[in-house]
Write a protein of this length. Structure first.
Length: 207
């Protein structure tokens, strides 16, 4: 079912990107609009404004799902007031659409997933932004990067950084302790003068 059949139309100009917003979702989105998005996603995993051809995006979604990425795509005209609104909208859509949800505006992307980490999602988003409304290009780039096997383990990097931090803090503490205790008290380690003073045979000579 197409969104244009329900009368939904979402157009946000670039000028509105500088206006203050009372909601975290893009303008024009409420519970009714979300229901329309849910209906439109049901057939091919793609929801777009009216009159938009979904065929290419639907093919990208099908390819992603064939490679194990349960992807759904929502497209907006223009850009919202802030890029974080796209992620908020993706989170709302994820309430009824399982898997990975990607919301595209002309230049930004908002994603959420129940199977892909936030770090990996943002890594995939980086090369998919600022396409000037070429959603098919942005979506293909996003999927291509999500399908790649990361060459580094972010968990291992995090552990290594934490270990390095612990070693650094421990090293600084050790150096500080050495400096603070570098000169032991005189009565703690008796020196030659103290030994001569305590020797009865040498005591007259010391006087």
């Amino acid at each position: 079912m197409r969104l244009d059949q329900t009368g939904w139309k979402m157009t946000v100009t670039h000028t509105s990107a500088f206006s203050l917003k009372a909601t975290k979702l893009p303008d024009g989105f409420d519970s009714k609009t979300l229901d329309e998005v849910r209906i439109d996603l049901a057939d091919n995993g793609v929801a777009t404004p009216e009159d938009d051809d979904q065929s290419e995006l639907a093919a990208i979604v099908a390819d992603a799902r064939a490679h194990g990425i349960d992807l759904s795509i929502v497209v907006l005209d223009g850009n919202p007031g802030h890029d974080s609104e796209l992620r908020d909208l993706a989170t709302e859509v994820a309430g009824f659409q399982h898997g990975t949800v990607a919301v595209f505006s002309d230049d930004w992307i908002g994603t959420t997933s129940d199977s892909i980490s936030r770090v990996r999602l943002e890594w995939a988003e980086d090369k998919s932004k600022f396409t000037g409304g070429k959603t098919e290009q942005a979506a293909q780039t996003l999927v291509h990067r999500l399908e790649q096997t990361p060459t580094v383990s972010w968990t291992e990097i995090t552990i290594a950084l934490l270990a390095g931090l612990v070693l650094t803090v421990g090293g600084l503490y050790w150096v500080k302790a050495r400096r603070a205790g570098g000169s032991p008290p005189v009565d703690a380690v008796p020196g030659p003068r103290t030994q001569r003073t305590e020797d009865p045979e040498l005591e007259p000579a010391a006087r």
